[in-house]
Structure formats: C-alpha cells, structure tokens
Design a binder for this molecule. Structure first.
Ligand SMILES: Cc1cc2nc3c(=O)[nH]c(=O)nc-3n(C[C@H](O)[C@H](O)[C@H](O)COP(=O)(O)O)c2cc1C
Length: 386
C-alpha cells in the first residue's frame, strides 16, 4: 500500500479517534501542530519541501470552476480550515498543502493567555462530535505576529491559500473596553491578514457573546473600521441566537458593508446529547461547560445559514461551518447560500482526505447540474445528485 497521508491517517490516527478515552485529544492536536510548525518554518528545505509536495500532490484538487473572488480575496477553492485549530498561526505557510483554499488562524487575543484548566477538549467519538472549553489559549497578538513573520509568508493577496485572522477579546479586558482590545490586535496583525474575523461567539469567554447585541457590535465594527489599514472584516456568530438576533446581525452586516458573516461557532445547546457522559469526568454534557461541535451541530448550522441568507440576500458573502463531514454536507451548505465552507471536527475524524473528497464532490455536482461555476450553486437550492 502506498504510504500516502490518507492511509497513514486511517492506520495510525483513526484508531486513536475511535474511542472517547485513550489518547488525549488536546495532546494529539498539540503533537500535530508541533510537527506542522517545524514543517512550515522549514518548508523550503529540500527534504521538507519534497514531503510537502507529496502531500499537496495527494490532497490538492485544481478545478478552476471552484475558484472565486470574494471581498477582494482570490480563493482557489471554497474549502477552508476553521478557526481554533491553528490558534497561534504556526502552520500558516503550509495549509494550502492540505488542499485548503483558505485557513482561519486564531482566535488571537491582545493579551497572551493560558485558557481554561485541562482537560478542556473531549471527543464524542460515536457522534463524530467534540466538546471544548479551551478559552482562547493563545500567545497573544504580539507573539502571533512574530510567529507569522518568522515563517516569511508571501504578502497578502499573493498566497497559495487565503489567510484570515480570527480575533477575540482577552479574558482580563472588561466588556466595555472590548473595542480597544480587538483594535490593538487588529492594528498589529492587519498587515499579515487577507481578512479578519470579529469573533463574538465563543461560549468559553465570559460575557463575549453579549457583543453580538446590535448596538455593541456596531460600536465594535465602527471602532475597527477607523484603523488606518483595516482588512476585510467578517463577524462570526453563535448557533444559539434567536431568529430576530440573527436578522439584526444580517442587516447590520449588510448596512455596515461587512465582508461577510461566518455561521456558526460551537453551541451551548446540547442538541439531544444532554444525558451523554464524558468518560474523563463521569458527568453528563448537561452538567459540563463548553461548546459542542461536529455532526450534532449540522442541522442548526444549516438553519442559521438559511436565515442569514433570507435576511441579507445574495450580496453578503456567508461562510458555512458546523458539522460538515462529507461532500454532500458541504454541498448542502453551498446550496443554502454559503460561498465558502470551513471544517474542523469533521476534518479531525475523517482525516485529511476529506478536503479532496469535498472538492471532487463539488466538481461532480457542477457537472451533474450543468453549472459552469461554483458561484452559480451558491444559494441555488440545488440538491445533491448521486
Ligand atoms: C477544539 C476547538 C477549538 C475551537 N476554537 C475556536 C476559536 O478559537 N475560535 C473560533 O472562532 N472558533 C473556534 N472553534 C469553533 C470552530 O471554528 C467551528 O466554528 C465549530 O467547531 C463548528 O465547526 P465543526 O463542527 O466543523 O467543528 C473551535 C472548535 C473546536 C472543536
């Protein structure tokens, strides 16, 4: 058998992910990131570049029909890595090798912070889901800037994968001072970001989600807009918002000329898994703090996306994320109005071949529906065709 990344992942990582217990979820992620960080720093060394080229040959799919220009960024394809995996941007230089058209780095806060006590990331293997209460553990904006600079990336607009930077509020900053906290991070990181995301939807920073309220959000957006160089700005929202709150964000985003809305973050709702116990703590999900991600979130994520699209119309770019673990689930999101999709939990369970699987699925659906370009599928309501 060829030792490609798909078969290696299936052989070695798959079994570790098949049970809730055993290998610690955060340690596994950390191990992977440490290796990826080294690969990104040394990606021009012959041995490393050979290995990365091999990875790219296996995982990248180039179909010009899947390319799009949105908010001034050129996306080679619509599949991205969601925020939270590469919080310190250590692998920014190599995400394209995994086939991604874009990667969202962060969440980055102004002050470096350790996050919540461990354990804080739990697998729910049978449901292809996860519960996390990481709490924005990251090195802080200044450290992340240094990490990015050390990787000697190409300038914004000229990279093989678009790089977004997702920003959050530092835990120690009071809510009233949130606009300045986000602005300090953005000012420092703007030169390195193709786009920036205002994350007001993590359930693991006390008070953060209050910033989704229209008046506070508008104030925050206006503060960031005043910066001398502000990249395209998107807002990332929670799946737990009421319909009228979703509508007011959609309207605000449209009126303020935001670049887009990302739907959704992890959920505080237990989505039918209230009585599910964590093997590590013996407590039920109803009793545990944290946000739920993965397959149980899929239906709600789709619902929120549909609502955004209905209120904001086709002019506001939407990014669909939450529970995507197959080409069909990704297509459903595009068809409901997402111009782009992002993966996190599904990518961990399915492994790196999920990206080419989705891209091939998209190309095939374009053929089957007689469409010339992915843009024609966005918000089309067209079903998946077997
Ligand atoms: C361990 C973990 C950490 C995350 N950290 C962040 C984060 O720092 N910022 C953020 O905006 N979203 C974060 N997310 C949310 C994901 O970006 C995504 O919105 C959510 O998990 C739903 O997608 P999924 O079902 O494909 O995982 C995190 C998710 C997980 C599982």
């Amino acid at each position: 058998m060829a030792a490609n990344s798909g078969s290696l992942y299936g052989q070695f990582v798959g079994p570790l992910l098949a049970a809730d217990g055993g290998a610690d979820a955060e340690q596994l992620s950390q191990l992977t990131l440490t290796a990826l960080a080294q690969a990104s720093l040394r990606r021009r060394w012959p041995v490393v570049s050979g290995a990365l080229n091999g990875l790219a040959a296996e995982l990248q799919r180039t179909d010009p029909r899947l390319g799009q220009s949105l908010f001034g960024c050129r996306f080679a394809n619509p599949v991205g890595l969601a925020a939270g995996f590469d919080k310190n941007a250590v692998a920014a230089g190599i995400w394209h090798c995994f086939g991604f058209g874009f990667a969202e780095l962060g969440t980055v806060t102004w002050h470096g912070q350790p996050g919540n006590p461990k354990p804080r990331l739990f697998r729910l293997a049978a449901e292809q889901a996860a519960l996390n209460r990481m709490g924005f553990n990251n090195g802080g904006a200044q450290e992340v800037r240094r990490i990015l600079e050390r990787q000697k990336l190409r300038p914004t607009g000229q990279r093989p994968a678009v790089l977004g930077i997702n920003l959050g509020k530092s835990k120690i900053t009071p809510l009233e001072l949130a606009p300045d906290d986000y602005a300090s991070s953005l000012e420092l990181l703007a030169p390195l970001a193709d786009y920036a995301v205002i994350n007001v939807s993590s359930p693991n920073t006390p008070g953060l989600r209050e910033l989704q309220e229209e008046v506070l959000l508008r104030r925050l957006v206006e503060r960031l807009r005043r910066l001398p160089a502000c990249p395209p700005l998107l807002v990332k929202i929670a799946p737990d918002l009421e319909d009228d709150a979703i509508d007011s964000i959609a309207r605000m985003a449209y009126e303020e000329g935001l670049a887009g809305v990302i739907a959704v973050n992890t959920s505080l709702n237990r989505l039918g898994l209230e009585q599910r116990r964590l093997v590590q703590t013996g407590r039920t999900l109803a009793e545990e703090a944290g946000g739920l991600s993965g397959v149980p979130l899929r239906a709600r994520a789709l619902e929120v996306l549909r609502r955004l699209r209905a209120t904001a119309g086709p002019a506001l770019p939407l990014i669909g994320v939450g529970g995507i673990n197959s080409a069909q689930a990704a297509w459903e999101r595009i068809s409901a109005g997402a111009a782009l999709v992002q993966l996190y939990t599904g990518w961990i369970y399915q492994g790196p071949t999920l990206v080419p699987q989705i891209l091939e699925g998209f190309s095939q659906q374009l053929d089957r529906h007689g469409l010339a370009h992915i843009g024609e599928a966005v918000g089309s309501g067209l079903p998946w065709r077997d």
